[in-house]
Write a protein that binds this ligand. Structure first.
Ligand SMILES: Cc1cc2nc3c(=O)[nH]c(=O)nc-3n(C[C@H](O)[C@H](O)[C@H](O)COP(=O)(O)OP(=O)(O)OC[C@H]3O[C@@H](n4cnc5c(N)ncnc54)[C@H](O)[C@@H]3O)c2cc1C
Length: 388
Protein backbone atom coordinates (compact mmCIF):
# COMPACT_ATOMS: atom_id res chain seq x y z
CA UNK A 1 0.00 0.00 0.00
CA UNK A 2 1.54 3.31 -1.12
CA UNK A 3 1.87 6.22 1.33
CA UNK A 4 3.02 8.70 -1.35
CA UNK A 5 0.33 11.20 -2.36
CA UNK A 6 -1.68 10.26 -5.44
CA UNK A 7 -2.52 12.83 -8.06
CA UNK A 8 -6.17 12.16 -7.24
CA UNK A 9 -7.97 10.55 -4.31
CA UNK A 10 -11.56 9.57 -5.04
CA UNK A 11 -13.90 8.89 -2.12
CA UNK A 12 -16.59 6.36 -3.09
CA UNK A 13 -16.43 3.42 -5.50
CA UNK A 14 -19.85 3.94 -7.08
CA UNK A 15 -20.05 4.63 -10.79
CA UNK A 16 -19.41 8.37 -10.40
CA UNK A 17 -16.19 7.81 -8.44
CA UNK A 18 -15.05 4.93 -10.66
CA UNK A 19 -15.72 6.85 -13.89
CA UNK A 20 -13.48 9.62 -12.53
CA UNK A 21 -10.79 7.12 -11.57
CA UNK A 22 -11.01 5.62 -15.07
CA UNK A 23 -10.63 9.03 -16.75
CA UNK A 24 -7.82 10.01 -14.35
CA UNK A 25 -5.84 6.96 -15.47
CA UNK A 26 -6.56 7.81 -19.12
CA UNK A 27 -4.98 11.21 -18.41
CA UNK A 28 -1.85 9.56 -16.98
CA UNK A 29 -2.65 10.45 -13.36
CA UNK A 30 -2.14 8.25 -10.32
CA UNK A 31 -5.35 7.57 -8.40
CA UNK A 32 -6.44 6.08 -5.09
CA UNK A 33 -10.10 5.17 -4.56
CA UNK A 34 -11.27 4.87 -0.94
CA UNK A 35 -14.49 2.91 -0.34
CA UNK A 36 -16.09 2.00 2.99
CA UNK A 37 -17.64 -1.23 1.70
CA UNK A 38 -15.83 -4.34 0.44
CA UNK A 39 -17.34 -3.99 -3.03
CA UNK A 40 -19.81 -1.63 -4.75
CA UNK A 41 -23.29 -2.08 -3.24
CA UNK A 42 -24.76 1.42 -3.60
CA UNK A 43 -27.10 2.94 -6.17
CA UNK A 44 -24.75 1.93 -8.97
CA UNK A 45 -25.50 -1.80 -8.63
CA UNK A 46 -29.18 -1.48 -7.71
CA UNK A 47 -30.48 0.23 -10.85
CA UNK A 48 -31.62 -0.84 -14.32
CA UNK A 49 -28.25 -0.56 -16.05
CA UNK A 50 -29.87 1.94 -18.35
CA UNK A 51 -27.79 4.81 -19.72
CA UNK A 52 -30.76 6.84 -20.68
CA UNK A 53 -29.63 9.24 -23.39
CA UNK A 54 -32.59 9.86 -25.70
CA UNK A 55 -34.99 10.89 -22.92
CA UNK A 56 -32.69 13.67 -21.67
CA UNK A 57 -32.97 17.26 -22.78
CA UNK A 58 -30.78 20.38 -22.95
CA UNK A 59 -27.36 20.20 -21.28
CA UNK A 60 -28.12 16.79 -19.76
CA UNK A 61 -28.58 15.44 -23.30
CA UNK A 62 -25.13 16.74 -24.27
CA UNK A 63 -23.67 15.29 -21.08
CA UNK A 64 -25.38 11.94 -21.63
CA UNK A 65 -24.05 11.73 -25.19
CA UNK A 66 -20.54 12.46 -23.91
CA UNK A 67 -21.01 9.85 -21.19
CA UNK A 68 -22.06 7.21 -23.71
CA UNK A 69 -18.59 7.40 -25.30
CA UNK A 70 -16.89 6.94 -21.92
CA UNK A 71 -19.08 3.96 -21.07
CA UNK A 72 -18.12 2.24 -24.32
CA UNK A 73 -14.42 2.91 -23.73
CA UNK A 74 -14.64 1.62 -20.16
CA UNK A 75 -16.56 -1.50 -21.22
CA UNK A 76 -13.97 -2.26 -23.90
CA UNK A 77 -11.08 -1.75 -21.47
CA UNK A 78 -12.53 -3.58 -18.48
CA UNK A 79 -14.39 -6.21 -20.52
CA UNK A 80 -17.87 -5.84 -19.07
CA UNK A 81 -21.18 -6.35 -20.91
CA UNK A 82 -22.42 -3.18 -22.62
CA UNK A 83 -24.86 -3.03 -25.49
CA UNK A 84 -25.78 -0.21 -27.85
CA UNK A 85 -29.27 -1.62 -27.48
CA UNK A 86 -31.34 1.57 -27.37
CA UNK A 87 -34.62 2.04 -25.54
CA UNK A 88 -38.12 1.13 -26.66
CA UNK A 89 -40.93 3.40 -25.50
CA UNK A 90 -44.23 1.54 -25.70
CA UNK A 91 -47.40 3.46 -26.60
CA UNK A 92 -50.70 1.93 -25.52
CA UNK A 93 -53.04 4.86 -26.18
CA UNK A 94 -53.36 7.69 -28.66
CA UNK A 95 -52.20 10.18 -26.00
CA UNK A 96 -49.01 8.15 -25.45
CA UNK A 97 -48.41 7.87 -29.19
CA UNK A 98 -48.93 11.63 -29.56
CA UNK A 99 -46.04 12.39 -27.18
CA UNK A 100 -43.76 10.09 -29.17
CA UNK A 101 -44.83 11.63 -32.47
CA UNK A 102 -44.16 15.11 -31.12
CA UNK A 103 -40.71 14.09 -29.89
CA UNK A 104 -40.03 12.50 -33.28
CA UNK A 105 -41.00 15.75 -35.03
CA UNK A 106 -38.86 17.71 -32.58
CA UNK A 107 -35.66 15.62 -32.74
CA UNK A 108 -35.88 13.87 -36.11
CA UNK A 109 -36.18 10.28 -37.22
CA UNK A 110 -32.57 9.35 -36.66
CA UNK A 111 -32.69 9.62 -32.86
CA UNK A 112 -36.44 9.01 -32.35
CA UNK A 113 -37.58 6.16 -34.60
CA UNK A 114 -41.33 5.59 -34.58
CA UNK A 115 -42.35 1.93 -34.46
CA UNK A 116 -45.57 0.25 -35.57
CA UNK A 117 -47.84 -1.49 -33.07
CA UNK A 118 -46.94 -4.90 -34.50
CA UNK A 119 -43.19 -4.32 -34.30
CA UNK A 120 -43.42 -2.89 -30.79
CA UNK A 121 -45.50 -5.84 -29.62
CA UNK A 122 -43.11 -8.27 -31.28
CA UNK A 123 -40.13 -6.75 -29.46
CA UNK A 124 -41.95 -7.38 -26.17
CA UNK A 125 -42.61 -10.95 -27.26
CA UNK A 126 -46.36 -10.30 -27.42
CA UNK A 127 -47.69 -12.35 -30.35
CA UNK A 128 -49.49 -10.34 -33.04
CA UNK A 129 -53.29 -10.54 -32.99
CA UNK A 130 -54.62 -13.86 -34.25
CA UNK A 131 -51.50 -15.90 -33.37
CA UNK A 132 -52.18 -17.33 -29.93
CA UNK A 133 -49.35 -18.12 -27.52
CA UNK A 134 -50.42 -19.73 -24.22
CA UNK A 135 -50.26 -17.28 -21.33
CA UNK A 136 -49.49 -14.21 -23.47
CA UNK A 137 -51.80 -11.41 -24.56
CA UNK A 138 -51.57 -10.50 -28.24
CA UNK A 139 -50.44 -7.15 -29.59
CA UNK A 140 -53.90 -6.01 -28.43
CA UNK A 141 -53.70 -2.61 -26.82
CA UNK A 142 -50.20 -1.69 -28.07
CA UNK A 143 -50.78 1.14 -30.54
CA UNK A 144 -47.19 1.99 -31.45
CA UNK A 145 -43.84 2.94 -30.00
CA UNK A 146 -40.57 4.73 -30.47
CA UNK A 147 -37.04 3.40 -30.49
CA UNK A 148 -34.32 5.64 -29.03
CA UNK A 149 -31.12 4.21 -30.52
CA UNK A 150 -28.65 6.26 -28.48
CA UNK A 151 -29.45 4.54 -25.16
CA UNK A 152 -26.95 2.06 -23.77
CA UNK A 153 -27.36 -0.98 -21.59
CA UNK A 154 -24.98 -2.46 -19.03
CA UNK A 155 -25.48 -5.08 -16.34
CA UNK A 156 -25.53 -2.94 -13.17
CA UNK A 157 -24.46 -5.85 -11.01
CA UNK A 158 -21.35 -6.37 -13.09
CA UNK A 159 -20.29 -3.00 -14.52
CA UNK A 160 -19.02 -1.14 -11.42
CA UNK A 161 -17.36 -4.23 -9.86
CA UNK A 162 -15.65 -5.10 -13.17
CA UNK A 163 -14.49 -1.52 -13.64
CA UNK A 164 -13.17 -1.44 -10.06
CA UNK A 165 -11.24 -4.69 -10.64
CA UNK A 166 -9.73 -3.26 -13.83
CA UNK A 167 -8.78 0.04 -12.16
CA UNK A 168 -7.10 -1.78 -9.26
CA UNK A 169 -4.89 -3.68 -11.74
CA UNK A 170 -3.56 -0.56 -13.47
CA UNK A 171 -0.13 0.88 -12.65
CA UNK A 172 -0.54 3.98 -10.49
CA UNK A 173 -3.97 2.94 -9.24
CA UNK A 174 -5.15 1.54 -5.94
CA UNK A 175 -8.55 0.83 -4.42
CA UNK A 176 -8.79 0.71 -0.64
CA UNK A 177 -11.89 -1.31 0.22
CA UNK A 178 -13.36 -1.48 3.72
CA UNK A 179 -12.00 1.97 4.50
CA UNK A 180 -14.47 4.53 5.83
CA UNK A 181 -13.69 8.18 5.18
CA UNK A 182 -14.28 10.29 8.28
CA UNK A 183 -13.11 13.71 7.10
CA UNK A 184 -11.37 15.56 4.30
CA UNK A 185 -9.00 18.52 4.28
CA UNK A 186 -6.75 19.86 1.51
CA UNK A 187 -4.24 17.14 0.58
CA UNK A 188 -5.54 14.57 3.09
CA UNK A 189 -8.44 12.17 3.38
CA UNK A 190 -8.90 10.92 6.94
CA UNK A 191 -10.06 7.32 7.13
CA UNK A 192 -10.77 4.53 9.60
CA UNK A 193 -7.37 3.11 8.54
CA UNK A 194 -5.32 6.30 8.71
CA UNK A 195 -4.71 9.23 6.37
CA UNK A 196 -4.60 8.96 2.56
CA UNK A 197 -2.87 11.77 0.72
CA UNK A 198 -3.70 13.27 -2.66
CA UNK A 199 -3.04 16.45 -4.61
CA UNK A 200 -6.68 16.61 -5.61
CA UNK A 201 -9.57 15.04 -3.72
CA UNK A 202 -12.95 14.22 -5.21
CA UNK A 203 -15.77 13.20 -2.91
CA UNK A 204 -18.28 10.97 -4.78
CA UNK A 205 -20.32 9.46 -1.97
CA UNK A 206 -23.75 9.87 -3.59
CA UNK A 207 -26.65 10.38 -1.18
CA UNK A 208 -24.38 10.00 1.86
CA UNK A 209 -22.80 13.39 1.24
CA UNK A 210 -24.73 14.67 4.28
CA UNK A 211 -22.83 12.25 6.53
CA UNK A 212 -19.50 13.82 5.56
CA UNK A 213 -20.50 17.36 4.60
CA UNK A 214 -23.93 18.23 6.02
CA UNK A 215 -23.77 21.94 5.16
CA UNK A 216 -23.42 21.74 1.35
CA UNK A 217 -25.83 18.78 1.27
CA UNK A 218 -28.47 20.71 3.22
CA UNK A 219 -27.92 23.86 1.23
CA UNK A 220 -28.51 21.93 -2.00
CA UNK A 221 -31.55 20.28 -0.31
CA UNK A 222 -30.23 16.78 -1.00
CA UNK A 223 -32.76 14.12 -0.12
CA UNK A 224 -32.80 10.35 -0.40
CA UNK A 225 -35.06 8.92 -3.06
CA UNK A 226 -35.96 5.28 -2.39
CA UNK A 227 -37.21 2.96 -5.10
CA UNK A 228 -38.81 -0.50 -5.05
CA UNK A 229 -37.18 -2.89 -7.50
CA UNK A 230 -37.48 -6.56 -8.39
CA UNK A 231 -35.88 -9.15 -10.63
CA UNK A 232 -38.32 -11.47 -12.39
CA UNK A 233 -38.31 -14.32 -14.88
CA UNK A 234 -38.82 -13.01 -18.42
CA UNK A 235 -41.91 -14.33 -20.20
CA UNK A 236 -41.29 -16.71 -23.10
CA UNK A 237 -40.67 -14.79 -26.30
CA UNK A 238 -39.24 -11.68 -24.65
CA UNK A 239 -35.84 -11.02 -26.11
CA UNK A 240 -34.48 -7.54 -26.36
CA UNK A 241 -31.54 -5.84 -24.69
CA UNK A 242 -33.28 -2.46 -25.11
CA UNK A 243 -34.64 -0.74 -22.02
CA UNK A 244 -38.43 -0.70 -22.14
CA UNK A 245 -40.18 2.53 -21.05
CA UNK A 246 -43.91 3.20 -20.73
CA UNK A 247 -46.41 6.03 -20.20
CA UNK A 248 -45.27 6.84 -16.66
CA UNK A 249 -41.68 7.11 -17.96
CA UNK A 250 -42.95 9.74 -20.40
CA UNK A 251 -44.20 11.72 -17.41
CA UNK A 252 -40.76 11.75 -15.76
CA UNK A 253 -38.06 12.39 -18.38
CA UNK A 254 -37.56 15.92 -19.73
CA UNK A 255 -37.50 15.00 -23.44
CA UNK A 256 -41.14 13.87 -23.11
CA UNK A 257 -42.44 16.25 -20.45
CA UNK A 258 -41.43 19.29 -22.50
CA UNK A 259 -43.75 18.21 -25.34
CA UNK A 260 -47.10 20.00 -25.30
CA UNK A 261 -48.96 16.67 -25.64
CA UNK A 262 -47.53 15.51 -22.29
CA UNK A 263 -50.21 17.46 -20.37
CA UNK A 264 -52.98 15.38 -21.99
CA UNK A 265 -51.05 12.19 -21.21
CA UNK A 266 -50.79 13.20 -17.53
CA UNK A 267 -54.55 13.73 -17.38
CA UNK A 268 -55.11 10.36 -19.02
CA UNK A 269 -52.82 8.47 -16.62
CA UNK A 270 -54.36 10.33 -13.68
CA UNK A 271 -57.76 9.12 -14.92
CA UNK A 272 -56.95 5.40 -15.32
CA UNK A 273 -54.02 4.80 -12.93
CA UNK A 274 -53.87 7.48 -10.20
CA UNK A 275 -52.21 4.97 -7.86
CA UNK A 276 -49.16 4.83 -10.18
CA UNK A 277 -48.76 8.61 -10.01
CA UNK A 278 -49.24 8.49 -6.24
CA UNK A 279 -46.22 6.15 -5.84
CA UNK A 280 -44.15 8.16 -8.35
CA UNK A 281 -44.01 5.18 -10.70
CA UNK A 282 -41.74 4.94 -13.68
CA UNK A 283 -42.93 1.59 -15.00
CA UNK A 284 -39.96 0.24 -16.92
CA UNK A 285 -37.82 -2.85 -17.27
CA UNK A 286 -34.53 -4.08 -18.69
CA UNK A 287 -33.20 -7.54 -19.50
CA UNK A 288 -30.07 -9.05 -17.98
CA UNK A 289 -27.76 -11.34 -19.97
CA UNK A 290 -29.09 -14.35 -17.98
CA UNK A 291 -32.56 -13.77 -19.43
CA UNK A 292 -34.16 -12.31 -16.28
CA UNK A 293 -35.70 -8.82 -16.10
CA UNK A 294 -35.07 -5.90 -13.75
CA UNK A 295 -38.42 -4.21 -13.13
CA UNK A 296 -39.44 -1.08 -11.28
CA UNK A 297 -39.70 1.55 -10.03
CA UNK A 298 -41.37 3.87 -7.53
CA UNK A 299 -40.07 7.14 -6.02
CA UNK A 300 -40.41 8.24 -2.39
CA UNK A 301 -38.42 11.16 -0.99
CA UNK A 302 -37.16 11.55 2.56
CA UNK A 303 -34.10 12.75 4.52
CA UNK A 304 -33.56 9.29 5.98
CA UNK A 305 -34.53 5.99 4.36
CA UNK A 306 -36.93 3.73 6.25
CA UNK A 307 -35.87 0.10 5.74
CA UNK A 308 -39.36 -1.28 5.01
CA UNK A 309 -40.48 -2.31 1.51
CA UNK A 310 -44.19 -1.62 1.00
CA UNK A 311 -45.68 -4.71 -0.67
CA UNK A 312 -48.55 -2.68 -2.16
CA UNK A 313 -46.03 -0.52 -4.05
CA UNK A 314 -44.16 -3.60 -5.30
CA UNK A 315 -47.44 -5.23 -6.37
CA UNK A 316 -48.60 -2.15 -8.29
CA UNK A 317 -45.32 -2.06 -10.21
CA UNK A 318 -45.23 -5.79 -10.91
CA UNK A 319 -48.84 -5.77 -12.11
CA UNK A 320 -48.16 -2.78 -14.37
CA UNK A 321 -45.12 -4.49 -15.93
CA UNK A 322 -47.06 -7.76 -16.34
CA UNK A 323 -49.76 -5.81 -18.15
CA UNK A 324 -47.25 -4.29 -20.60
CA UNK A 325 -45.78 -7.73 -21.23
CA UNK A 326 -49.23 -9.28 -21.64
CA UNK A 327 -48.88 -11.90 -18.89
CA UNK A 328 -51.13 -12.56 -15.90
CA UNK A 329 -48.31 -12.36 -13.35
CA UNK A 330 -44.56 -12.34 -13.04
CA UNK A 331 -42.40 -14.76 -11.08
CA UNK A 332 -40.35 -12.68 -8.62
CA UNK A 333 -36.79 -13.88 -7.99
CA UNK A 334 -35.50 -10.97 -5.85
CA UNK A 335 -36.71 -7.68 -4.38
CA UNK A 336 -34.64 -4.79 -3.10
CA UNK A 337 -34.69 -1.12 -2.30
CA UNK A 338 -32.50 1.31 -4.23
CA UNK A 339 -31.58 4.74 -2.89
CA UNK A 340 -30.17 7.69 -4.78
CA UNK A 341 -29.57 11.37 -4.08
CA UNK A 342 -32.21 13.79 -5.26
CA UNK A 343 -32.68 17.53 -5.06
CA UNK A 344 -35.38 19.85 -6.26
CA UNK A 345 -32.61 22.41 -6.86
CA UNK A 346 -31.26 20.51 -9.86
CA UNK A 347 -29.63 17.30 -11.07
CA UNK A 348 -26.04 18.03 -9.97
CA UNK A 349 -24.22 19.14 -6.87
CA UNK A 350 -20.67 20.23 -7.72
CA UNK A 351 -19.09 22.09 -4.81
CA UNK A 352 -15.48 23.16 -4.21
CA UNK A 353 -15.18 22.64 -0.45
CA UNK A 354 -11.56 23.70 0.02
CA UNK A 355 -8.53 24.12 -2.25
CA UNK A 356 -8.18 20.85 -4.20
CA UNK A 357 -11.28 19.31 -2.60
CA UNK A 358 -14.46 18.93 -4.64
CA UNK A 359 -17.73 17.16 -3.87
CA UNK A 360 -19.70 15.75 -6.78
CA UNK A 361 -23.09 14.11 -6.34
CA UNK A 362 -25.69 13.47 -9.04
CA UNK A 363 -28.92 14.65 -7.40
CA UNK A 364 -31.37 13.00 -9.77
CA UNK A 365 -31.94 9.44 -10.97
CA UNK A 366 -29.54 9.77 -13.88
CA UNK A 367 -26.12 9.04 -12.34
CA UNK A 368 -25.53 5.96 -14.50
CA UNK A 369 -26.35 8.01 -17.57
CA UNK A 370 -24.14 10.98 -16.71
CA UNK A 371 -21.18 9.46 -14.83
CA UNK A 372 -18.64 9.24 -17.65
CA UNK A 373 -19.76 12.57 -19.13
CA UNK A 374 -19.15 14.24 -15.78
CA UNK A 375 -15.72 12.62 -15.60
CA UNK A 376 -14.89 13.82 -19.12
CA UNK A 377 -15.90 17.37 -18.18
CA UNK A 378 -13.94 17.20 -14.92
CA UNK A 379 -10.70 16.43 -16.75
CA UNK A 380 -11.47 18.90 -19.54
CA UNK A 381 -11.84 21.53 -16.80
CA UNK A 382 -15.37 22.37 -17.93
CA UNK A 383 -17.43 21.05 -15.01
CA UNK A 384 -18.51 24.23 -13.25
CA UNK A 385 -19.58 24.34 -9.58
CA UNK A 386 -23.34 24.49 -9.18
CA UNK A 387 -24.70 27.73 -7.66
CA UNK A 388 -24.71 27.61 -3.85
C1 LIG B 1 -33.43 1.69 -8.34
C2 LIG B 1 -32.61 2.72 -9.07
C3 LIG B 1 -32.82 2.89 -10.42
C4 LIG B 1 -32.05 3.83 -11.12
N1 LIG B 1 -32.18 3.93 -12.47
C5 LIG B 1 -31.30 4.68 -13.16
C6 LIG B 1 -31.32 4.69 -14.58
O1 LIG B 1 -32.15 4.03 -15.22
N2 LIG B 1 -30.42 5.46 -15.23
C7 LIG B 1 -29.54 6.24 -14.55
O2 LIG B 1 -28.78 6.97 -15.18
N3 LIG B 1 -29.48 6.26 -13.22
C8 LIG B 1 -30.34 5.50 -12.50
N4 LIG B 1 -30.32 5.50 -11.15
C9 LIG B 1 -29.43 6.46 -10.46
C10 LIG B 1 -28.01 5.97 -10.41
O3 LIG B 1 -27.97 4.62 -10.03
C11 LIG B 1 -27.25 6.84 -9.42
O4 LIG B 1 -27.44 8.21 -9.74
C12 LIG B 1 -25.76 6.53 -9.48
O5 LIG B 1 -25.54 5.13 -9.34
C13 LIG B 1 -25.04 7.29 -8.37
O6 LIG B 1 -23.69 6.86 -8.37
P1 LIG B 1 -22.74 7.25 -7.20
O7 LIG B 1 -21.40 6.73 -7.52
O8 LIG B 1 -22.88 8.71 -6.93
O9 LIG B 1 -23.40 6.58 -5.90
P2 LIG B 1 -23.25 5.10 -5.28
O10 LIG B 1 -23.29 4.05 -6.30
O11 LIG B 1 -24.26 5.04 -4.18
O12 LIG B 1 -21.78 5.11 -4.70
C14 LIG B 1 -21.37 5.91 -3.63
C15 LIG B 1 -20.29 5.14 -2.90
O13 LIG B 1 -19.74 5.95 -1.87
C16 LIG B 1 -19.44 5.12 -0.78
N5 LIG B 1 -19.31 5.93 0.44
C17 LIG B 1 -20.28 6.69 1.02
N6 LIG B 1 -19.80 7.29 2.12
C18 LIG B 1 -18.50 6.90 2.23
C19 LIG B 1 -17.48 7.17 3.18
N7 LIG B 1 -17.68 7.98 4.23
N8 LIG B 1 -16.27 6.59 3.01
C20 LIG B 1 -16.03 5.77 1.96
N9 LIG B 1 -16.97 5.47 1.04
C21 LIG B 1 -18.19 6.03 1.18
C22 LIG B 1 -20.62 4.17 -0.73
O14 LIG B 1 -20.32 3.00 0.03
C23 LIG B 1 -20.85 3.90 -2.20
O15 LIG B 1 -20.13 2.76 -2.65
C24 LIG B 1 -31.09 4.61 -10.43
C25 LIG B 1 -30.90 4.43 -9.07
C26 LIG B 1 -31.65 3.49 -8.38
C27 LIG B 1 -31.39 3.29 -6.92
Amino acid sequence: MSTAPSDLVVVGAGIVGLAHAFEALAHGLSVTVVERDRRPVGASVRNFGHCCVGAQDGDLLDLARLSRKGWLRAAAAAGFWAREAGALVVARSEAEAAVLEELHADRGGEVVQLRSAARTAETLGRPVAGRAVPGRATSGDVVGGAFLPEDLRVNPREAAPALARWIAEQPGAEIRWGTNVTGVEPGTVHTSRGPVHGRQILVCVGHDLDHLFPEPAERHEVQRCRLNMARVTAPAGFRTDASVLTATSMLRYDAFTRQSSAARLREEVLGHSPELLEIGANVMFTGLPDGTLLVGDSHHYDDTTPPFLDERVSRLLLDAVADVLGVARLEVLERWQGVYANSRRGPLLVRDLAPGVRALTVTSGVGMTLSFGLAARTFAGTLEPTPA
